[in-house]
Design a protein around this ligand. Structure first.
Ligand SMILES: Cc1cc2nc3c(=O)[nH]c(=O)nc-3n(C[C@H](O)[C@H](O)[C@H](O)COP(=O)(O)OP(=O)(O)OC[C@H]3O[C@@H](n4cnc5c(N)ncnc54)[C@H](O)[C@@H]3O)c2cc1C
Length: 450
């Protein structure tokens, strides 16, 4: 069949569905391709999403089927369990990822996009140096070429299109293994009477989410939220695992074995998340990257849904502008890249430096930082908003006074904070228009992060 679209979107996750819906609403002809038989299949974990993101991105908030319960309280616990900090009410909404993706895919279809499932995108079709469509493995076997003016890679960490792009577009290479997080989050049934016994013993609180950080690698979290009345426990494990640490699936199985009251899975899945700064460029001639494919994730804790939704809004204006102008090259699409990198991208880049710093610490270091009040409820809150960590002189003086006993740790944190600030400012000065030499200058000026 000879078909041609304004935009082909590869991958029906939060980024791809939102982009398809918003560009179709603006009158573009849009085809959304998903490799699974149903959008959201195998991706039914809970995501905590910044509550302001839906309105800001112009996407529908989760409907009741896609909404989940917030815990009555939340505490952060040091790796040894010696110190707990009561956290501020988190500025996030818990969302059922699989159900929300299905909701967004339905929105894309209602908005006029065509949604095809069971279609694996194999790579871009290049005409000269520009992308002119995609190669797709058909559900029944065989390969077809689908032509379009623009393509968007929303295939998550797979990066099915960006990997086939010319190298000089700087759409990223392999993700360093230090920047890959494994995670698993499941909601399990419980035996309420047995659970009540463990609560009475003081081993686990009821209706309070407990986040233990640094239990495995320094960059790792184990979060449990038991809700006896609702009859479930929500368990999340994630971090830089593998090597001398168990995988996320092994760690998850250990947590389940620890609590004999935990029963079968109600829903939940696992996956991997890129936690590096966004790639240098997010557009090529005829191509855009969004979401995990662009590494638009908060490197501090691996949250990527809000960034994916916000990127879809910015990319929609660039796509519609390019279609109106009938110009599909990098220059025409650059405004998306500039707007993301100099705004949210700069905050993600800040937290990338912090993430790499945490990676060099040990569990004992994390314990000391929490015990000494170097990591506070406010820091945790800012990481979720997300806002760069910056302190007024009084707060800073208090932290320094409390941290004198752990001076090397304190100094390390201070230096990485300064580098994070430099990184953020560098992203804020992202080139305003596409110019190869200007971009090369920007790349060569990036602060080095070991
Ligand atoms: C266990 C776990 C917990 C998480 N918790 C949170 C959280 O609390 N908060 C938060 O904000 N984020 C969280 N995340 C991260 C979040 O899920 C991602 O950042 C987000 O889903 C990225 O959206 P996306 O649209 O870019 O990509 P994805 O959601 O990865 O979607 C990509 C889509 O592309 C499809 N695809 C892949 N390859 C192809 C191909 N070749 N052809 C066609 N289709 C293809 C996939 O099947 C998928 O449907 C978590 C991730 C995991 C694994």
């Amino acid at each position: 069949m000879d078909e041609r679209w304004d935009l082909v979107v590869a991958g029906a996750g939060p980024a791809g569905c939102s982009l398809a819906a918003m560009t179709a609403l603006e009158g573009a002809t849009v085809l959304l391709l998903e490799k699974e038989d149903q959008p959201g299949l195998g991706r039914d974990w809970i995501v905590d999403v910044e509550s302001t993101a839906f309105e800001e991105a112009g996407v529908p908030p989760p409907d009741p089927e896609a909404s989940w319960h917030q815990a009555g309280g939340q505490v952060m616990m040091s790796p040894t369990g010696g110190t707990t900090i009561d956290l501020l009410p988190p500025p996030v909404l818990p969302v059922r990822n699989g159900a929300y993706i299905r909701q967004l895919a339905g929105w894309a279809a209602e908005s006029g996009a065509e949604v095809r499932t069971g279609c694996r995108v194999l790579g871009p079709v290049l005409q000269g140096e520009a992308v002119a469509g995609v190669r797709v493995a058909q559900p029944g076997g065989g390969e077809v070429i689908i032509r379009s003016n623009l393509v968007a890679d929303c295939t998550g960490i797979t990066g099915a299109l960006r990997r086939g792009a010319p190298p000089d577009w700087d759409l990223g290479g392999e993700i360093d293994s230090r920047d890959i997080v494994q995670a698993r989050r499941e909601v399990r049934r419980i035996d309420p009477d047995a659970a009540a016994h463990w609560v009475e013993r003081g081993d686990i609180p009821d209706n309070v989410r407990v986040d233990k950080t640094g239990v495995m690698a320094a960059y790792s979290v184990e979060a449990c939220h038991l809700d006896i009345d609702a009859g479930y426990i929500d368990i999340l494990v994630g971090g830089k695992l593998g090597g001398r640490f168990p995988t996320a699936d092994e760690w998850f199985a250990r947590v389940v074995r620890r609590w004999p009251f935990v029963g079968e899975k109600i829903f939940g899945d696992g996956g991997i998340i890129p936690v590096r700064r966004t790639w240098n460029s997010l557009v090529g001639d005829g191509m855009l990257l969004l979401g995990d494919s662009a590494c638009q994730v908060i490197p501090m804790h691996g949250s990527g849904t809000a960034s994916a939704l916000l990127a879809a809004k910015l990319a929609t204006s660039a796509v519609i502008h390019a279609l109106d102008e009938k110009r599909y090259d990098r220059r025409a699409l650059w405004e998306y890249c500039r707007a993301f990198q100099s705004g949210r991208g700069s905050i993600l880049a800040f937290f990338f430096v912090v993430q790499r710093h945490i990676d060099r610490l040990t569990g004992d270091d994390i314990d000391a930082l929490i015990n000494r009040g170097m990591i506070t409820a406010e820091d945790f809150y800012n990481g979720l908003v997300p806002l760069p960590l910056s302190y007024d002189p009084l707060t800073l003086a208090k932290k320094v006074a409390r941290g004198v006993a752990i001076l090397p740790l304190l100094t390390g944190f201070g230096l990485s904070g300064l580098k994070a600030e430099r990184m953020m400012k560098h992203y804020q000065e992202f080139p305003s228009a596409y110019d190869r030499r200007e971009l090369d200058r920007w790349i060569s000026g990036l602060p080095r992060v070991s």
